[in-house]
Design a protein around this ligand. Sequence first.
Ligand code: NAD
Length: 238
Amino acid sequence: MATHRSIVVLSGAGVSAESGISTFRGVNGLWNNHRIEEVASPEGFARDPDLVHRFYNLRRRQLLDPQTRPNAAHLALARLERSFPGEFMLVTQNIDDLHERAGSSRLIHMHGELLKARCGACETVAVRYDDIDSADTCGHCGARRALRPHVVWFGEMPMRLEEIYTALGGCDLFLAVGTSGHVHPAAGFVDVARRAGAATVEVNLETSVTESMFQRRILGAAAAVLPVLVDELLDGTR
Ligand code: NAD
């Protein structure tokens, strides 16, 4: 593969699937037992905060289970960041912290982070490893019943979009891994990168909604494909 000077990677739930974290849709998808609006929208939270907290508390416990670890896909992306001499940005739709645990640091969590809570009154974001209860008080401003998961719900604006679009506009390789292409604006990133002249590569276990937008598609599990693809990308820089 040609040498690149600036890489943007978009990761989705498929990257964490082999770590045992359920994907969004698909068989055993997270949401099979819930309607998305119930647990992932501001309206759902206003209607039944206890249900929403229970849902995210379970996700948080699963993430903190010692069995849940970064897999070879997370590790390969951290190695790419470490060894690639050009610019690099990893944008993840995942709210888990498996990329960080694998060693990634030039990372944007565009849909927020499961291990943080945000106060609806003062907007303070705090790390949170234990269960959140709707009756909890904000440790910063003391507001009661104001804490919510620090995640982006449907109808809300993803985080740090300006930085992401700047990186997309300047990249010459855009790689999307384990994302179905159903959720916007992330699904449109390939188009922005393509119009900026970047090469585009998709890695997915099956066909995605946006697959026709990519120049190169690699069908396979991220944990098997990424270590090889990262070798290939780094070879081009030696
Ligand atoms: P999605 O569930 O819509 O799509 C997952 C994609 O990954 C599918 O296209 C599937 O074919 C592919 N896939 C599954 N296993 C794979 C593997 N081993 N290797 C490669 N590809 C694989 O997920 P999405 O596109 O990321 O959008 C989902 C939304 O749900 C995001 O907003 C995200 O915040 C949220 N979410 C996050 C997590 C997490 O933090 N781990 C988990 C579920 C959902």
